[in-house]
Design a protein around this ligand. Structure first.
Ligand SMILES: [Zn+2]
Length: 245
């Protein structure tokens, strides 16, 4: 399978300009060791020069040289990006600026890109179980609508699958208190006394609740050797999803 998946939101932006997204994996970068080779994170111990080169390559997938990168916090704060650089203290970033790439990083959590091409509004989101419970996706959607988005579509990227993600009862207790019943039952499964989480399914249920159609790059980070997995590897890199108007 191709290590990088590039897709396009439909319809195009006014004037026929395409709104593209890409999901990256391990391959195609310049980092070495645990971070080989397309690590996009500056906060995991990798060489910053290599990460800068890797981010440049991620931008090139969409033809952009300026990128706003989420510095994920496992919260639900949404930032508005007005230029390139690190988007601090946020797990979702929204923009209406053409040519500015938005990059969400993950290595088991669910990266999501969203767009209303006709309104010219896009977003990138990092969502793990905490973000799911706190509602980072609905918060991002609300921020996009505040910028004029009406017909939003979404794509979720590679993430850990339900079989590979056993969790403690404490995590499930938190989620059951935070999530609507239909979202909770879509993502939490008790198998012979052991809870498992399907965060992607929870993300999809939340977005469907917002009336948003979502497709998926349905690959498991924990078992696919072409993807980084924090759970499977510990010290490792981060892949990402990038979107640009
Ligand atoms: Zn799996």
């Amino acid at each position: 399978m191709n290590p990088v998946v590039v897709g396009r939101f439909r319809p195009a932006a006014p004037g026929g300009r395409p709104v593209n997204w890409a999901a990256t994996g391990r391959l195609g970068g310049v980092s070495s060791g645990s971070f080989a080779s397309l690590n996009l994170s500056l906060t995991v111990g990798d060489d910053s020069t290599a990460v800068a080169q890797n981010r440049k390559r991620a931008g090139q997938l969409l033809g952009v040289s300026e990128i706003a990168v989420l510095d994920a916090q496992h919260g639900a704060h949404v930032a508005l990006a007005t230029g390139p650089g690190i988007v601090e203290q946020a797990d979702a970033v929204v923009t209406n600026i053409p040519g500015l790439g938005l990059l969400a990083l993950a290595a088991d959590c669910v990266p999501v890109v969203l767009a209303d091409p006709e309104a010219g509004v896009i977003a990138a989101v990092h969502c793990g179980w905490r973000g799911l419970g706190l509602g980072v996706l609905p918060a991002a959607v609300q921020a996009m609508r505040a910028q004029g988005a009406e017909h939003i579509r979404a794509v979720s990227g590679p993430a850990i699958c339900v079989e590979c993600y056993p969790v403690g009862a404490d995590c499930v207790d938190v989620l059951s208190s935070q999530l609507h019943t239909e979202v909770f039952t879509a993502c939490a499964f008790n198998r012979s006394g052991q809870w498992h989480l399907d965060v992607r399914a929870g993300v999809h249920a939340q977005l469907l609740g917002e009336g948003i159609a979502i497709s998926s790059v349905r690959r498991c980070t924990a078992t696919d050797p072409q993807l980084f997995s924090y759970r499977a590897e510990g010290r490792t890199g981060r892949q990402g999803m990038i979107v640009a108007l």
